[in-house]
Write a protein that binds this ligand. Structure first.
Ligand code: SF4
Length: 719
């Protein structure tokens, strides 16, 4: 039963939307189902309307260097790119797209090309006659950004829209004539002054920015359109896409295909995690027709990450574009004392959602009370699973942020030190660092002398029946909506433990729709006014490091972005753990695989996911553009240099942008910016304000450090 009656603070499903097959912003919020969108043709490639999710990337070469661009495009295509975007900042680059296209076609590559346009309608109009798709940014296609806040009357505003119509309609006409597709690509960091003045840099502002252009195109009966709502902040990005879907659906009764991406995500593990949190959260809800993972790395390296993201949803295509996933999930087995995987597909139904007790269009953390240091106003905790280690020594704690100095008998606690460890049946035979607590099975807990440090973990039935429990903190596992168990019978347990002031709920799911099941349980807790803190448990049975981190980022990130969860615990199934452990110390082309134990890899991933969802900040944040033909310095090398000297500045956001044309607009909410402003020249920013102009690049990193010092954002590194 879908209810339309809402209580205050709730968000209602419209019955009209339900009939049209959409729940607020998705085809389903309780099972994986793709959202139906219009079909769009890009050359010979079809996109939207349940066609496979297309993967794409963008070249970083100078567009005037035909050969370099062709060769890089080929590397991307061979890696699996189904669309290749090339920057066309001015007329001459737009014209050179013809040479690039001819060369590629001559070498037998038919992959559709996209021209990336900023500011220059003339370049767009040339490119639209040559390539299969053009991308325009509604924030700067007609408007030059002056960062001015202007009071617009309705008449002024309407006049501005008329001005846009006049400049934009010729491009629409060319696209119609040549059969060229178009992406209206909004960027959070480069909204027009008009939008900023009326909506601020909000998700609604991003949506309206695209809708202004989309309405003009529709009026011209042009529909070969794809939209994107990119931001370097996954929270903003996810909310904007959801709002865009709702807005299109309410205004047009149909949805145009969506291109998903997180801008300026950075490189390495952090870049992958940030992208996976944003893109993966939307994909989980069946949203997204094409994706690009923007990394500050060679563009062909983006493709495997895209494919890892997409393949999670393409294991079993079903009717109407619906696909089922195989979701592993951690399962507490108190009999054999192990944490095991259940990878078989289960078919339990998740109860339908009525009115929503939270808004998916804005961030608000679910209210919970405090147990130990979990929930309430505490940042989400990280629980490290050390139960697979044979014997745990002080040295093992190094991988989760604690370094023991034997000579001084002291612990050093890092910024990314886990808050709890799960050790299964093992009690530790050494003195623990002050901030670390241990979770063990009930039998081991009964043996523990220090009941302030050790806490038991039960499954929900065992907890209800347990004679002896901790008087301060008990962890209780709940498998959300498992197969074959009518969900109503499980609810009795929930009511029995709900609001027990000693209980921390540990939610996971063996249902094939694991994320949706856990999310549904959060909704159930909210509806029942159960305010126990919750730790989300995600287990992975994937094989590579990238697959694991995408899995954790998608499953837990999707919940954290909606304010759900007071902690995370990530694990690996036996086989995956063995494989990952075997790669420890091996050179694989990725730093973190070479130098991290499984426990360290998981711990770092957990903290990075909390950082990417902006729920717990524990390190410096880098917002770096992926680079393109406009880049004025070696972005990868410079990012590495800046990282090396600033990585200890917890919570500081530093943007590293390749050019001054788009960089400042797109560095979003960075505290400091390092922006290429000419050959060998860097301009430094504090927020959006220029503070040092045209600094020679040889001394620019030192000058950035000085700038951080002048603004009290610097601390010396501790050894
Ligand atoms: S900011 Fe970076 S990716 Fe964007 S246009 Fe400039 S150089 Fe290219």
């Amino acid at each position: 039963m879908i209810a339309d009656t809402t209580r205050p603070g709730e968000v209602s499903f419209s019955t009209t939307n339900q009939r049209r097959g959409i729940q607020l912003y998705a085809a389903s919020l309780t099972s994986y189902k793709r959202l139906q969108t219009r079909e769009v043709r890009i050359g010979d490639l079809l996109l939207g309307n349940f066609h496979p999710i297309r993967v794409q990337t963008m070249t970083t070469t100078d567009t005037m260097d035909t050969l370099a661009t062709v060769e890089q495009s080929i590397r991307c295509i061979e890696a699996g790119a189904e669309l290749v975007r090339i920057t066309a900042p001015s007329k001459k680059e737009a014209e050179n797209l013809l040479n690039i296209k001819n060369e590629l076609r001559g070498r037998g590559y038919d992959t559709p090309l996209i021209a990336d346009i900023h500011f220059t309608p003339n370049a767009a109009e040339i490119a639209a006659r040559i390539v299969e798709k053009v991308r325009v940014n509604p924030g700067n296609y007609v408007d030059k950004k002056k960062f001015e806040l202007i009071e617009y009357t309705d008449a002024d505003y309407a006049e501005e829209i008329d001005r846009i119509r006049e400049r934009f309609t010729p491009l629409v006409s060319i696209c119609k004539e040549y059969g060229t597709a178009m992406r209206i690509g909004t960027n959070h960091g480069s909204l027009s002054d008009r939008i900023m003045s009326r909506y601020g840099d909000t998700p609604m502002g991003m949506v309206e920015s695209a809708m202004e252009f989309l309405r003009i195109a529709r009026n011209e009966s042009y529909h070969n359109i794809i939209l994107s709502m990119k931001s370097s902040n996954p929270q903003v990005m996810v909310q904007a896409y959801r709002l865009l879907i709702k807005t299109m659906h309410e205004e047009f009764g149909e949805i145009y295909p969506l291109h998903l991406g997180v801008t300026e995500a950075g490189d390495g593990e952090d870049g992958r995690i940030k992208s996976a949190v944003g893109i993966g959260t939307l994909l989980e809800d069946g949203i997204g027709d094409t994706i690009r993972v923007s990394l500050t790395e060679n563009p062909e390296l983006e493709i495997p990450v895209c494919r890892d993201l997409v393949k999670r949803f393409s294991r079993k295509p079903a009717a109407q574009g619906e696909v089922a996933t195989t979701q592993p999930s951690l399962n507490l087995d108190t009999n054999n004392n192990s944490v095991s995987s259940q990878s078989e597909e289960h078919g339990a139904d998740i109860p339908p959602l009525g009115a929503m007790p939270y808004s998916p269009f804005e961030y608000k953390r679910r209210e919970s009370f405090e147990v130990s240091n979990i929930g309430g106003h505490h940042v989400p905790v990280v629980v490290a699973d050390l139960s697979k280690l044979q014997a745990i020594t002080p040295k093992d704690l190094q991988s989760i942020g604690y370094t023991y100095n034997e000579a001084t008998d002291k612990w050093t606690i890092g910024d990314m030190a886990a808050d709890y460890v799960f050790t299964g049946h093992h009690l530790l035979n050494f003195a623990l660092p002050g901030t670390l607590k241990v979770i063990v099975y009930p039998a081991a807990w009964a043996q523990a002398e220090d009941k302030e440090k050790y806490f038991p973990i039960y499954d929900q039935r065992a907890y209800a029946e347990a004679g002896v429990k901790s008087t301060t903190c008990n962890f209780v596992m709940v498998d959300c909506y498992p197969a074959g168990i009518p969900y109503l019978s499980d609810m009795e347990y929930l009511d029995a433990i709900g609001n027990d002031p000693t209980v921390v709920l540990c939610l996971s799911s063996t249902n094939k729709n694991a994320m949706q099941s856990v999310r549904r349980m959060f909704v159930e807790l909210m509806n029942r006014n159960i305010k126990n803190p919750v730790i989300t448990i995600v287990d992975s049975n994937w094989h590579t490091a990238d697959e694991h981190l995408i899995h954790y980022a998608t499953e837990a990130g999707a919940l954290l972005l909606d304010g759900m969860g007071d902690g995370v615990c990530f694990g690996m199934t036996g086989e995956s753990y063995k494989l990952q452990a075997a790669s420890y110390g091996q050179v694989s082309g990725r730093n973190y695989q070479q130098s991290q134990s499984v426990e360290q890899f998981i711990n770092n991933t957990a903290f990075s996911i909390l950082q990417a969802t902006r729920t717990r900040i524990s390190k410096t944040e880098y917002i770096s553009c992926p680079s393109c033909g406009r880049t004025l310095f070696d972005l990868q090398e410079t990012t590495a240099k800046i990282r090396a000297v600033t990585h200890h500045l917890k919570g500081v956001k530093i943007a590293i942008m390749g050019c001054i044309v788009n960089g400042p607009g797109e560095m979003a909410d960075a505290d400091f910016g390092y922006v290429g402003s000419g050959v060998g020249k860097i301009t430094l920013y504090k927020g959006k304000e220029v503070v040092k102009r045209n600094v020679p690049s040889e001394v620019a990193v030192d000058e950035l450090v000085n700038l951080l010092k002048e603004n009290d954002a610097w601390v010396e590194k501790t050894v």
